[in-house]
Design a protein around this ligand. Structure first.
Ligand SMILES: *Cc1c(COP(=O)(O)O)cnc(C)c1O
Length: 351
């Protein structure tokens, strides 16, 4: 049997290795010149004035929420269908997430599903660019963990929201090992974000209670090297998505991932919907092909159940979850890998 094909995988080149080795041999391992250079290059890439590197995408969401002073007694609206970290960051502030349902096609947050009273109580909304297609919603915070490199009407995401949060986890577009980034055009936010990630210190003096959310020069050297390949990697992801769309279009009751004419997709995930999802998943597993389900509605997690959230809250997200399957999509996949997935999936359906 051919080697196991994971649903997501980072790629590391000899250039990446050399960049990291150079830092290991230098005088500085933690936050230093690599962080500053990475922030500058990242900000430029997403069209924002400032980028602030932090230790994870979750930390990015947490510090972004603190910019608005979100705290105990506050409520923040988040989509039900996202990685738990989107909602966890709200809990980390001592605030309460309010789950909104999602649109059936794009799986973006659907604010019409929230009643007006709730809407008025909330202090903001976190929009999630599900799978890598940028959501139209802007304003408060954009969780762009999936959508680095995407654009809306030709504009990069950094220009579209006050605060945009990215993840540098290896499954995402740019792997730094672990890491996150917050981008903004607001100078005061950038200053305060930098203080928050470093114990709340400004010129050595603690002004607020901060965290140690610093990212190391080792991670940033890897991130910088990876960022140089972003465009090439996005192009490869787009090719794979196009091959899947073509190959699966005619399958019975299949729902291909949403695309929108005015924006480019970053294809972090290829979330297709099958009526016989579990059967497809099982068959692919026996063929050595990894898949994943993104995501169970966040409030289905036992921890959220204990907080009092109940099943049935967001019916569209719950129904989507039953049918969603993320197929392998990552830039290092060969054409043979792509064919293997296509044959595996098509084999689940009568010819
Ligand atoms: C990956 C991810 C995060 C968290 O990023 P980490 O770097 O793993 O902390 C947040 N939100 C979404 C939607 C994600 O996919």
């Amino acid at each position: 049997m051919p080697a196991f094909l994971p649903y997501a995988r980072h790629t590391v080149t000899p250039e990446d290795e050399a960049a990291v080795l150079e830092i290991l041999r230098s005088d500085n391992l933690t936050q230093g010149p690599q962080v500053e250079a990475f922030e500058r290059e990242f900000a430029e890439k997403v069209g924002a004035k400032y980028a602030v590197a932090v230790s994870s995408g979750t930390a990015a969401l947490h510090v972004a929420l603190t910019m608005y002073g979100v705290g105990p007694g506050d409520e923040v609206i988040v989509p039900a269908l996202t990685f738990a970290a989107t909602a966890n960051a709200v809990l980390m502030c001592g605030a309460r997430p309010l789950f909104a349902d999602v649109y059936e096609d794009t799986l973006f947050i659907d604010l019409d599903s929230v009643d007006v009273k709730t809407w008025k109580r909330a202090c903001g909304v976190i929009n999630v660019d599900y799978a890598g297609l940028p959501s139209g919603g802007t304003g408060f915070i954009r969780d762009a963990a999936h959508s680095l490199g995407a654009t809306i009407r030709g504009r990069p995401l950094g220009q579209l929201s006050a605060l945009t949060c990215y993840s540098l986890h290896p499954a995402k577009h740019v792997a730094a090992g672990e890491g996150g980034m917050v981008t903004t055009d607001i100078a005061d936010f950038a200053d305060r974000l930098r203080a928050f990630r470093d114990h709340g210190r400004v010129d050595g003096w603690m002004e607020v209670l901060g965290y140690n959310y610093r990212l190391s020069d080792i991670a940033c050297a890897l991130g910088r090297s990876q960022l140089r390949r972003l465009d090439a990697n996005l192009a490869r992801r787009r090719e794979i998505a196009a091959a899947y769309n073509e190959a699966f279009r005619d399958l019975p009751y299949v729902q291909l991932p949403a695309e929108l004419p005015d924006r480019t997709h970053a294809w972090h995930l290829y979330p297709i919907r099958f009526y016989n999802r579990d059967e497809v998943r099982q068959r692919l597993r026996t063929l050595g092909i990894g898949t994943q389900v993104h995501y169970p509605p966040v409030y289905w997690h036992p921890y959220y159940r204990k907080l009092g959230y109940e099943r049935g809250l967001c019916p569209v997200a719950e129904a989507a979850y039953e049918r969603l399957l993320s197929l392998p999509i990552w830039p290092g996949m060969t054409d043979g890998d792509v064919e293997r997935v296509i044959d595996g999936v098509r084999g689940c359906f009568p010819a």
